[in-house]
Design a protein around this ligand. Structure first.
Ligand code: NAP
Length: 431
């Protein structure tokens, strides 16, 4: 007996883990739709270009994509080319795995000045994401401020600090590498509104900052020797490791390094100053009373030509969705019968790639509980609709063409030279 017809919107980690789980639980055809011609979402466009080991997870998604029952449909934008309503009419099970692709906005005066970027656009730029290849951030500045104390902020300061040699085995596009190489950046500031104990860096990522060949990390406060308050064993271990790492930075030889990465804690951004473009940013010093963040009234100002906020993400609004507080309204993955959510769109932009595995299992369980067999046509009806709307769609085979072209054109040791526009991708695939 054939299982329910399934379509997954989004081909990032949560989309692929869901597909993988469903193949194990149901005898269903599973279609995965993405708005880009290429699959893998954040793995290709979000994970930093120098973190190639992390990107290797896509080989396990490839195994899923190559399963007989799974089919990839790239270059279809849900909400524009096809609506959620239409997909719900065509499929028994619709899974939303669209992530949170927009930046949380830094809502302070001056945040619309030239030279102020959100992490989604800046990371997209140095990752060759077709949406952001024309961003052209002006890196002609000595001082850069990155706001936020999470792993995305760390990624950004690391990519801006590494030398071209250190980036040689990455897949950063040439334009971004050149721009960073030519830039006179000397001082980077990574600024948290709370302290080192509250910072959300994972320890491997933080430790990397002590191993850079031309940049020295500097911590601008006295670090606590012991932890106050109560933490889970896991949190306590992570915090202690991070404090140890931050302390170890003071022993790094400074003199032979041209760039300085300043860890500024307890500073809340309050205003960005400039006429047309950013000249400086003002912070107010803060302190914690219990878990409450209090302002102290003490202001500091940092002159800089570039401000990047890495303060989390929010989902794009698509007609037919109820999005509240950065997630689609759902009950543990269930939006309504036959309509489910996985990944950041279900639970917000937290966790690492593997966290999405459990989301996929949850959706497979829900679908299994609510459907036993196929009712709606699914794939056959989608193919018909694609034809009637005259959509240009890529298959997984097309992606493999793009993939091998990119790998063939790479200058060793770079793993690939990314194609940067959708037009070029479609041309290569003769679509
Ligand atoms: P995140 O870990 O949630 O960090 C966001 C940071 O922004 C926090 O320090 C937060 O401070 C701060 N913030 C929020 N609003 C702010 C405001 N208005 N003003 C000043 N600061 C503000 O988010 P992320 O760095 O975007 O990362 C998203 C997820 O992807 C995380 O789970 C992360 O671990 C994961 N990720 C992992 C890797 C990796 O494993 N290598 C790489 C990249 C991303 P408060 O804590 O005070 O709210």
């Amino acid at each position: 007996m054939k299982g329910p017809s399934v379509v997954i919107i989004g081909s990032g980690p949560s989309g692929f883990y869901t597909a993988e789980s469903i193949t194990k639980n149901l005898n269903s055809d599973i279609d995965i739709i993405d708005r880009l011609p290429t699959p893998f979402g954040l793995i290709r466009g979000g994970v930093a270009p120098d973190h190639q080991t992390t990107k290797k997870i896509s080989s396990s998604y490839t195994k899923t994509a190559e399963k007989e029952k799974v089919k990839f449909f790239g270059n279809i934008e849900v909400g524009k080319d096809i609506t959620i309503e239409e997909l719900r009419e065509l499929y028994d099970v619709v899974v939303l795995a669209i992530g949170s692709e927009l930046d949380n906005k830094l809502e302070i005066k001056g945040s619309n000045l030239q030279g102020v970027y959100g992490s989604a656009e800046f990371v997209g730029w140095y990752n060759g994401h077709p949406d952001y290849v024309n961003l052209e951030p002006n890196l002609n500045t000595k001082n850069v401020v990155v706001i936020g104390n999470g792993n995305v902020a760390i990624d950004i300061v690391r990519v801006l600090s590494k030398t071209s040699e250190e980036m040689s085995d990455s897949d950063i596009p040439g334009y971004a590498l050149d721009s960073i190489k030519k830039s006179p950046i000397k001082n980077l500031y990574i600024v948290g509104r709370r302290g080192p104990v509250e910072a959300k860096f994972t320890n491997v990522e933080l430790r990397e900052m002590g191993k850079l060949s031309n940049c020295v990390p500097i911590v601008n406060i006295d670090l606590p020797n012991e932890l106050k308050g109560s933490y889970t064993e896991r949190d306590q271990r992570l915090i202690e490791k991070n404090l140890e790492t931050l302390k170890s930075f003071s022993t790094i030889e400074k003199n032979n390094k041209e760039k300085k990465l300043n860890f500024n804690f307890f500073q809340k951004p309050i205003e960005i100053i400039g006429d047309e473009k950013v000249d400086s940013i003002k912070f107010e010093k803060t302190k914690l009373e219990g878990s409450e963040l209090r302002s102290t009234g003490e202001i500091i100002e940092i002159n800089c030509g570039l401000v990047i906020s890495a303060i989390g993400y929010t989902p794009k609004d698509i007609p037919g969705l109820n999005i509240n507080d950065g997630v689609v309204e759902n009950d543990n993955g269930r939006i309504s019968k036959g309509f489910y959510a996985a990944g950041w769109i279900r639970r917000g932009p937290t966790g690492v790639i593997g966290t999405n595995k459990a989301d996929g299992e949850l959706v497979a369980e829900l679908a299994n509980k609510e459907f036993k067999n196929q009712i709606k046509d699914g794939r056959a009806a989608l193919v018909k609709m694609i034809k009637s709307k005259n959509l240009k769609v890529t298959s997984f085979k097309d992606w493999e063409k793009i993939d091998s072209f990119e790998k063939k054109n790479a200058v060793v040791p770079a793993p690939r030279k990314k194609i940067l526009t959708i037009k070029e991708m479609l041309n290569l695939c003769k679509i």
